[in-house]
Design a protein around this ligand. Structure first.
Ligand code: TRP
Length: 331
């Protein structure tokens, strides 16, 4: 084992808004765990955020907060490469080169592009269209073996694989073709108000999502109000979307199986169960919120960490970029 080269994992997250319990359970918590087994690179995708209109001062603050949040969630810059996308020039440079290998038709078929252009009909910009090309560059520069992504990013990863194979066969083997990484506990956390929809930080109803920095009182009140059903039993089954969602949150954070959770709450009502879910969430997020509050005051430390991250990321990505430039015929 010792001599075996660790596989590389890479993933990015946009800095728009404080992460939700959904981001935590579905992504960041797993990123944290993968740090031992894999060589990990995680970054704040600030350039991707520019495809939607942003207020500069607010974006600046959010990028720094997102970076601090990753560290507060246990992403350790001594174990993993943690950086800010815009600090590493190779991303946009490779993105341009790859866009010459990308067809208009492929990008037009991206469902996220279609969804986002419907949502921001007054700002269907070129960046929104070429978003997947930048994402492909992010991944391919680091020769990642695996990319943990949610269902909404699967199509972009598929596109990244196509581009990698296209480049490798047109020139010569250059890029690792990345696989999606599906973790065992990659549960999709649903909205507490409409459990048929994914929990989202852009939900207009703040009771629909839990932010990982919400205070204990706020968390408890959101769980108390969580939408359930007219049944009374805490059991996991079809049609009980609200209860199923609460059960999966509980079982993941309490480290129990769904069966154990059913047994634990047999004969108890929804009220007790919701309180128990709220409490386990409060206790899981407490250390994160405390660490975030501490880190917020450590501006110099944060700057030192992301500067160092950028240096390492630049050196890794430049290696790939210079090969690419040579292969495509740039002097
Ligand atoms: N598009 C991803 C999202 O919104 C963020 C992202 C950007 C990303 N570049 C990436 C994720 C590279 C994985 C790998 O969720």
């Amino acid at each position: 084992m010792e001599n075996e080269k660790k596989k590389r994992i890479l993933s990015g997250i946009q800095p728009t808004g404080i992460f939700t319990l959904g981001n935590y359970i579905g992504a960041i918590r797993n990123w944290e765990k993968m740090q031992e087994e894999f060589e990990c690179a995680y970054f704040i995708a600030d350039l991707h955020s520019l495809t939607v209109r942003q207020e500069p001062a607010k974006l600046r603050k959010q990028v720094l907060e997102a970076y601090a949040l990753l560290l507060a969630c246990g992403i350790d810059p001594k174990k993993s490469l943690v950086f800010i996308q815009s600090h590493v020039h190779a991303h946009t440079e490779l993105s341009w080169i790859l866009s010459g290998l990308t067809q208009f038709g492929e990008l037009s078929r991206m469902t996220q592009f279609k969804d986002k252009s419907a949502k921001h009909a007054d700002n269907v910009n070129a960046g929104l269209f070429t978003y997947p090309v930048l994402m492909a560059a992010d991944i391919l520069l680091y020769q990642a073996d695996f990319v943990p992504v949610g269902a909404d990013q699967k199509q972009h990863l598929e596109f990244t694989r196509d581009l990698a194979e296209r480049f490798n066969s047109r020139y010569s083997p250059t890029f690792t073709v990345p696989d999606a990484y599906i973790s065992e506990s990659g549960a999709r956390v649903m909205s507490l108000q409409d459990p048929t929809k994914k929990m989202s930080k852009s939900d207009e109803n703040p009771n629909g999502f839990v932010s990982i920095l919400d205070t204990p009182d706020v968390i408890m009140s959101k769980f108390k109000r969580a939408v359930t059903d007219s049944d009374t039993e805490v059991v996991y089954k079809e049609g009980k979307d609200g209860i199923n969602n609460l059960m999966s949150i509980y079982s993941i954070l309490a480290g129990k199986t769904i069966e154990e959770t059913e047994a634990e709450f047999a004969g108890k009502g929804y009220g007790d169960f919701k309180m128990a879910v709220g409490e386990v969430v409060v206790e899981s997020l407490r250390p994160i919120r405390e660490e975030f509050d501490r880190l917020k005051g450590e501006k110099a430390y944060l700057e030192e960490m992301y500067t160092e991250g950028a240096k390492i990321a630049t050196s890794i990505s430049n290696r790939t970029l210079s090969k690419v430039k040579r292969k495509v015929g740039l002097i």
